[in-house]
Design a protein around this ligand. Structure first.
Ligand code: ZN
Ligand code: ZN
Length: 595
């Protein structure tokens, strides 16, 4: 799980990019292989630079999240006028885009063209048809934007507090507009909004007041800021009261919409969000086949390992044997209070392995900091990576880990069994090295700012899943059958994610049925299954992105091997694949197979 996708679920307007770096970056992007830059490419680069400029002005919070700080003081009030203006502007951008001759552009600009086109159409569709602003109260949360400024390092504390002060000047109207926007919200998104806005209150608590007191703000500035923080707290509390005492009773009286978006919205969202070469239904079918294949492999390993863990005990038939064995191996987990430390200690081992096997070039100058997930981000994923945007390349990348020391003993035990000593290694490969963290560093180095900021979720998640398999194939863990068994279980989870998402939103499967599938066919612990169902409830399509991207990357590697024969190099494949930035795999495929 990575930050951008968390953000998509939790907050509005997470997309946009910046100005000053764009000019020099886009010049680099068109020099690949040729000495002359075509007129069409020059014109297209100018268009992109201008477009990003406009994106940032229209979406200041997206700009800040990408490390572009000129609009930090702006707080978008999500009014109908704002949406109308956005829709009108984006339709204009589409006309400008489509005036460029696609077939005359360089490969890099062609993929940028497709990504821009998709993003513009998607945003227009979200405003006019998907209308999440009506039914998802968790979109409205002032804490995330403020925390982002507070934690950023691009300026000193005093200036950052001034920025926060200006944002907070509009907090009352912001939350009033949020209340006006809501129309039959879903029960589940209302509950999430309550949880997360309570989390937002902690952003405006004693720590912020402390920072204000310690800062070099003039006394009258401190006074104004303190008042605004107080007013913001009141605005959030008022929003929480509205959700708890107006929205929730209406929801229980049957006046809410279902969290299931249905097959036609799902098919559209799948195309917009994943930009895959496959349709939603094709991916669902592939996932069902993959599930069967994984069950076969797991049964084979279970036969091999059974006597070691259950000497003298006859092995049951079928999947229950796999489940018993996994359950037995899951007892091998770290104690609750050393979970975070164990993750911290494992990261350097991964760095070493990737170097020893020459899998790709790493950048030792970019720090990765393991931390407890901040309260305003808690509630969706077990672990995630928060990476700096393309304008903030020197900022720290955080590896967020849920605060399990605060869990009840039963919940903690279930979590620890799920992330046992084997699974934790796979988790670290996925989230950190050479998964998300490594990919995002390459992405920020990519010559295309468009690709860095319109990052494709299926490529990003697909890469992390691909990285797990590749590490094991290269001998990470010395081919331990336990590790392979656990990886199959993990890969089964990715596969079931796609099946679950489609099942929940399109096939209307009941909650009990979903949990049963995750537990019996995915061998998941209760806590994991519940968390996954919760994500399927609160998000759409995102859960299918892992399997979709993984499938497409795997296919691409196979096809390249065929094309290149003995000349194929794994390191070159990885570095070239990552060098295009977070573009849809189907477009990277065009570029790599063209070469
Ligand atoms: Zn991930
Ligand atoms: Zn235990």
């Amino acid at each position: 799980m990575m930050k951008k996708y968390l953000l998509l679920v939790l907050w509005p307007l997470v997309f946009s990019s910046g100005i000053f770096l764009v000019a020099c970056d886009s010049k680099q992007s068109v020099t690949g292989g040729t000495d002359t830059i075509s007129e069409e490419d020059v014109a297209f680069d100018a268009f992109k630079e201008n477009l990003l400029h406009k994106f940032w002005r229209l979406n200041p919070e997206w700009a800040s999240s990408q490390g572009f700080h000129n609009y930090d003081t702006a707080l978008v009030v999500p009014t109908a006028n704002y949406r109308k203006n956005l829709e009108r502007s984006y339709k204009g951008f589409l006309k400008e885009l489509e005036a460029h001759a696609l077939h005359k552009l360089s490969p890099n600009n062609r993929t940028d063209y497709y990504m821009i086109q998709n993003h513009l159409n998607k945003t227009i569709w979200e405003i006019t048809e998907f209308e999440e602003y009506k039914w998802n109260p968790a979109r409205y949360n002032i804490g995330s934007g403020v925390a982002e400024v507070l934690n950023s390092r691009h300026d000193n504390l005093t200036n950052r507090l001034r920025v926060i002060g200006e944002k907070l000047a509009r907090s009352i109207i912001y939350y009033e507009t949020a209340i006006d926007n809501l129309e039959k919200p879903t029960l589940e998104h209302t509950q999430l909004a309550i949880l997360q806005n309570k989390g937002a209150l902690t952003v405006f608590g004693p720590a912020l007041q402390d920072s204000v007191a310690k800062s070099d703000l003039a006394p009258h500035e401190k006074e104004i800021l303190k008042q605004r923080i107080e007013i913001t707290r009141l605005a959030i509390e008022n929003y929480l009261r509205h959700l708890e005492y107006k929205v929730l009773p209406a929801v229980s009286a049957g006046k809410s919409r279902s969290f299931r978006i249905g097959s036609s919205l799902y098919a559209r969202k799948f195309n917009f969000d994943l930009e895959s070469g496959f349709t939603a239904n094709e991916i669902y079918q592939k996932a069902v086949l993959r599930k069967r294949k994984l069950h076969q492999e797991m049964l084979r390993l279970t036969e091999e390992l059974w006597p070691k863990y259950f000497p003298g005990v006859p092995m049951p038939k079928g999947l229950p044997a796999v489940k018993s064995l996994i359950s037995r191996i899951s007892q091998n987990h770290v104690p609750k209070d050393s979970f975070l430390i164990a993750i911290q200690n494992h990261i350097p081992e991964l760095v070493k392995f990737v170097n020893a096997k020459n899998l790709l070039t790493q950048d030792p100058t970019k720090p990765l900091k393991v931390r407890i997930t901040p309260p305003y981000m808690q509630g969706i994923a077990g672990a995630s990576v928060s990476a700096p945007g393309p304008y903030d390349k020197e900022a720290i990348t955080y590896y967020n880990v849920m605060p399990i020391t605060q869990y009840s003993p039963k919940a903690a035990e279930s979590y620890l069994r799920e992330y046992n000593r084997y699974m934790m290694q796979i988790l670290n490969i996925h989230e950190a090295i050479p998964g998300h963290y490594t990919q995002l560093i390459y992405s920020n180095r990519s010559p295309s700012v468009i690709k860095a900021v319109l990052g494709n979720g299926a490529m990003i998640e697909g890469w992390a899943v691909y990285a797990e398999q590749m590490m094991l194939e290269e001998g990470y863990g010395n081919n331990s059958p336990e590790l392979w068994l656990m990886w199959y279980k993990w890969n089964l989870r990715v596969t079931l994610n796609a099946i679950l998402d489609y099942g929940v939103h399109v096939q209307n499967i009941k909650e009990a049925e979903a949990i049963k599938m995750l537990r019996d066919e995915g061998f998941q612990e209760e806590a994991e299954a519940q968390e996954k169902l919760r994500r399927a409830t609160l998000s759409q399509v995102q859960l299918a992105s892992y399997f979709t991207g993984f499938t497409e990357i795997h296919d691409l590697r196979q096809d390249l091997k065929k094309q290149q024969g003995k000349a194929f190099s794994l390191k070159n494949f990885h570095e070239q694949f990552l060098s295009y930035g977070s573009a849809p795999v189907r477009h990277i495929r065009e570029l790599m197979l063209d070469d």
